[in-house]
Ligand binder design. Structure first.
Ligand code: HEM
Length: 488
């Protein structure tokens, strides 16, 4: 234990420091956690909707401070985990283009989110990860996603119907907090993709997973302290009970499946994949349960919060709302939207890209060097974690120009390559071999829900909206997004 908590971190820091890499001095056990919390609580927020889109300064004030103090490459400590922060463009390029499996997912994530994710695709490494990716990837290819469009329509219609009813009840203009609607939309889509015809059961599972996720996020940075996750604290006990309920529910669906007709959904692929791997009964169950949980976590909140931010930005920028609505109506001409029409909606794509630039749900892309690795001049010793702060890279004025914090979808008129000096820093869906598997599905979902909402309603920001992005598991609006919605 002494070696893990004291000797190993000191050795790693010494190897980084030999290369001239500096950073704030850590304290025993806590590393820099106290300083991080202090910087976060000192942030002054401007709640007016017109306040700047500089989320990096709001959510990671400590990183902004250390960047100025120690340069664009520095080290700090979360508990006994050593982090190398990299924001220097050449080094970022080397890391984002690295395809070696030795650059894996951090083991602290595995420990911290173990209850939530088990050993599924999101946090596993090496052969286990490669096996899981091989099974899941084909299920999310574009041709499969096209086959999900009908389901996505059904999920969107539920939102449209509720908004219409609410608007009528409130005399033609309703003040709607849209977050929960976007969540149930995204949850509904993912339930159907995962669980096919058993999607009602899927929704029950996902509600419990959401509760588990909330319990986990309450623990936040405190889990940087080694050993905390094993203690029978109130939130740990809650998390363990929910974990068991979720596992039992998923296995019940699998059992019912064995007696029913063949389904072509993600759950079926996982069951088949586990069967073909000749795993033990227990390992098969774990494989299926963990990956269902992983897909849910990866695809639910991320898509919901992206749709929410995008609608907030469209409400705040009426000219773009008109441009995109016009495009949607011109391309659809009263017909049912299909994948081909969505592909042609260029202005809509630009708005989504810009929204994901300013509010990428995943704020940090992190990796662990599973062996000693070299990126340009930097030698990263085995066991060190690398952090790329997506938020800062997405809004760096050196890369995006002096209007980097302004919402301007036009910057994507010539695609990502034309939008900035270093296109590899645009990474809302991550980078390299671990890039998001659900990107196609997410983009089709976002395009469809926004296109349908724009063709049915006009919206503006409600006086009840306060602008306050916070970092929970994803970057989300602290008090939700309130819109004034009118039927067209
Ligand atoms: C707008 C919505 C979404 C965003 C912004 C997003 C973003 C990301 C990011 C940043 C990563 C990590 C990549 C890295 O570490 O380099 C990731 C991984 C992943 N995402 Fe998404 N995602 C979204 C939607 C989805 C959906 C809908 C699904 C599935 C249904 C999904 C499935 C996955 C999976 C399975 C991984 C793990 C890939 C691996 O480790 O091999 N995502 N996503």
């Amino acid at each position: 234990l002494f070696h893990e908590l004291v000797v190993k971190p000191m050795k790693l820091r010494a190897r980084l420091s030999e290369q001239g890499i500096k950073g704030p001095p850590p304290t025993m056990l806590f590393g820099n956690i106290r300083e991080i919390k202090k910087a976060q609580s000192a942030v002054v927020r401007d709640p007016s909707p017109s306040s700047t889109h500089n989320c990096a300064a709001l959510l990671f004030p400590f990183l902004q401070k250390w960047r100025k103090q120690y340069s664009e490459v520095f080290m700090f400590s979360l508990g006994n985990t050593q982090i190398l922060f990299v924001n220097q463009p050449d080094a970022v390029k080397e890391i984002t283009t690295c395809t070696s499996l030795a650059l894996g997912k951090p083991s602290y994530q595995q420990k911290e989110f173990g209850t939530l994710l088990g050993q599924g695709i999101l946090t596993s490494n090496g052969a286990l990860w490669a096996h899981q990716r091989k099974i899941l990837a084909p299920e999310l290819y574009m041709d499969k996603v096209k086959g999900m469009i009908d389901h996505i329509f059904e999920s969107t219609f539920t939102v449209l119907k509720s908004w219409k009813t609410q608007i009528e009840a409130e005399g033609g203009l309703a003040d709607i907090k849209i977050d929960e609607y976007m969540r149930s939309f995204s949850g509904d889509v993912i339930s159907r993709a995962c669980f096919g015809s058993s999607y009602c059961k899927g929704e029950e599972i996902f509600l419990k997973l959401r509760a588990l996720q909330e319990t986990m996020s309450k623990k936040s940075l405190s889990t940087g302290v080694p050993g905390m996750r094993y203690l029978p604290t109130k939130s740990n006990r809650e998390a363990w009970a929910l974990e068991k309920e979720i596992r039992d529910l998923i296995l019940q669906v699998v059992k019912e499946r064995k007696m029913a007709a063949y389904e072509e959904d993600l759950l079926q692929m996982l069951v088949e994949g586990a069967k073909n791997s000749y795993l033990s009964q227990e390992a098969t169950e774990l494989f299926v349960v963990d990956n269902c949980k992983n897909i849910y976590l990866a695809g639910y909140e991320t898509t919901a919060v992206s749709a929410t931010w995008c609608l907030m930005l469209l409400a705040a920028n009426q000219e773009w709302q008109h441009i995109v609505r016009k495009e949607v109506l011109e391309i659809s001409r009263g017909r049912t939207l299909d994948a081909d029409m969505l592909r042609k909606m260029k202005q809509l794509t630009m708005v989504i890209q810009e929204s994901l630039r300013l509010y990428p749900p995943v704020a940090v892309v992190s990796r662990e060097a599973l062996e000693d690795m070299k990126f340009g001049e930097i030698l990263v010793p085995k066991g060190v974690n690398i952090w790329l702060l997506v938020l800062a890279l997405h809004t760096d004025p050196e890369i995006w120009g002096k209007e980097a914090y302004t919402f301007d979808p036009n910057r994507f008129a010539k695609g990502i390559a034309g939008a900035c000096k270093l296109p590899q820093v645009y990474m809302p869906f991550g980078v390299g071999p671990r890039m998001c598997l659900g990107q196609n599905l997410a983009l089709v979902e976002l395009k469809l829900v926004i296109a349908l909402l724009l063709s049915n309603f006009s919206f503006s920001l409600s006086p009840n909206y306060t602008h306050s992005p916070v970092l929970r598991l994803v970057i989300e609006p602290e008090n939700g997004v309130h819109l004034l919605v009118k039927k067209l």
